[in-house]
Design a protein around this ligand. Structure first.
Ligand SMILES: NC(=O)c1ccc[n+]([C@@H]2O[C@H](COP(=O)([O-])OP(=O)(O)OC[C@H]3O[C@@H](n4cnc5c(N)ncnc54)[C@H](O)[C@@H]3O)[C@@H](O)[C@H]2O)c1
Length: 442
């Protein structure tokens, strides 16, 4: 019965939606629910983000200020750190971080802290959906007992619990929240129905799977698939380098096969909050079941070695110029983990800067999306990209291929380049004699 009344509240938009964690996943989701006609309460710990949302100033590239401001001004989006208000929400989406801890194991403490807060105000008729990427079993083994015990309520009858992985691709103008199909796994069929009803208000195609474990694994398969295939492309880059063959030519030619091949490209190593992290959630869970996910771990290992490979390529390129790394001036072009976003989490650029600086290079960077960077206790600022800076640079290392960078100027500077993204591919060979085709993030 409660399921039906919740679904009818959702269908009529009388339901209030709570979004916990207003980051790269939560803020766009909150704004999308507002657009669908809901009142949304965003729960956040970071004071600066709450204040920013209240002023209509977005901290997420995919959410324009005007859309955020409109949502706030109409009173449909409220940001708060008052977790007692969780009881006001009919449906709650959990979008908090799931990083690795210092030993490389899953850190589910953010999820557990939110679950505790939800448990304190859980009431009959509420739907809780975990969206944070995590290992299979998290929803059933951690959230279900914590919520059931806290509220004394029965899942599927009194409250509803589901897992629905997030597929947002920040900076992707083509695949948005609404047109990217959504996977939902409910703890019971009633839980699945309620979650499908919720997401169907903002997403064209919602696909239920039979359990929360299946939904959790879908996300890990998707991202492990990328990690393994990027690792293969990275290994191919090393193979081609040793054979004196252009890896990009080989990949482009292989990609002409209309079936049985999918194009992945090498790069400087994995970056971002997902691809370098998520496979470890799977490996960790399987270790608890005495199974070693060998392929998954090997892929992570190969990908993790790429920044050192690029740093070595940089040293080789300087050597070609008769220069040691120590004292050379190296410009790292792009420090975000992927093009046209400002996110530097886990960016391989940070490792490359550290490795080159530790060998004595004077490293600076340019990134149109990242004006300043806190790196190993040091504050770095993006340098202006002009011919003067380039003339004083011994080597350029292209790590992130932002589309607004003037690559023609890089070409015309005549400076040696380690081009990990093959962005200078149209260069005549003689224009960039020191270009080393290496490696891509995710
Ligand atoms: N960023 C992506 O592209 C992406 C894509 C798919 C899935 N995911 C997954 O989604 C989850 C969230 O990722 P994100 O990139 O949005 O992270 P994020 O760091 O950008 O945002 C998380 C937010 O949660 C807040 N927070 C932390 N603890 C909280 C608490 N107890 N109560 C309220 N707020 C709290 C943080 O202050 C932060 O603003 C992660 O599990 C991630 O793996 C991310």
């Amino acid at each position: 019965m409660l399921e039906r009344s919740l679904i009818s509240k959702i269908d009529s938009r009388e339901a209030t939606v709570g979004v916990v964690g207003l980051g790269y996943v939560g803020l766009p989701l909150a704004v999308e629910f507002v657009r669908a006609g809901f009142h949304v309460v965003g729960f956040e710990l970071a004071r600066a983000k709450i204040e920013g949302v209240r002023r209509g100033m977005s901290h997420v590239g995919d959410v324009p200020n005007d859309r955020l401001a409109e949502a706030v001004e109409t009173g449909r989006l409220v940001a708060t750190d008052d977790f007692d208000r969780l009881g006001d929400a009919d449906a709650i989406c959990i979008c908090v971080p799931t990083p690795l801890n210092k030993t490389g194991d899953p850190d589910v403490s953010y999820i557990m802290s939110v679950t505790d807060s939800i448990g304190r105000t859980l009431r009959p008729g509420q739907l809780v959906v975990l969206k944070s990427t995590t290992y299979p079993g998290t929803t059933r083994e951690l959230l279900l007992p914590a919520l059931s015990e806290a509220g004394g309520l029965r899942v599927g009858d009194d409250f509803f619990l589901a897992f629905s992985p997030e597929r947002v691709d920040p900076g992707n103008p083509h695949w948005t929240i609404s047109n990217t199909p959504k996977i939902v796994g409910g703890m019971t069929p009633a839980c699945a129905s309620a979650a499908v009803a919720l997401f169907s208000t903002i997403i064209d195609n919602v696909i239920p799977v039979s359990s929360t474990e299946a939904a959790e694994l879908v996300k890990l398969l998707e991202n492990t698939f990328r990690s393994v295939n990027i690792a293969l492309a990275n290994e191919m880059a090393v193979v081609c380098d040793k054979l004196g063959v252009d890896v990009w030519e080989v990949i482009e030619a292989a990609a002409t096969k209309p079936f049985g091949f999918m194009r992945f490209t090498p790069g400087p190593g994995l970056g971002g909050h997902c691809i370098p992290v998520d496979p470890h959630y799977l490996s960790w869970k399987m270790k608890t079941l005495d199974y070693k996910t060998r392929l998954v771990e090997l892929a992570s290992e190969i990908n993790a070695e790429m920044p050192a490979y690029v740093a070595q390529k940089a040293a080789d390129a300087l050597n070609q110029e008769g220069k040691p790394v120590r004292g050379s001036r190296v410009l790292v072009l792009g420090v975000a983990y992927k093009p046209d976003v400002a996110d530097t989490r886990e960016s391989p650029a940070l490792d490359i800067i550290r490795l080159l600086a530790s060998k004595g290079a004077e490293v600076y960077y340019h990134d149109p999306f990242v004006p300043s960077l806190e790196h190993e206790g040091q504050a770095l600022s993006s340098v202006t990209l002009d011919l003067g800076v380039l003339a004083a640079t011994d080597l350029i290392v292209i790590v992130t291929d932002h589309s607004s960078v003037d690559y023609e100027m890089i070409r015309s500077s005549g400076r040696p380049v380690v081009d990990t993204r093959n962005v200078l591919r149209h260069d005549p060979v003689e224009e960039a004699p020191s270009a080393v085709q290496a490696a891509e993030a995710n």
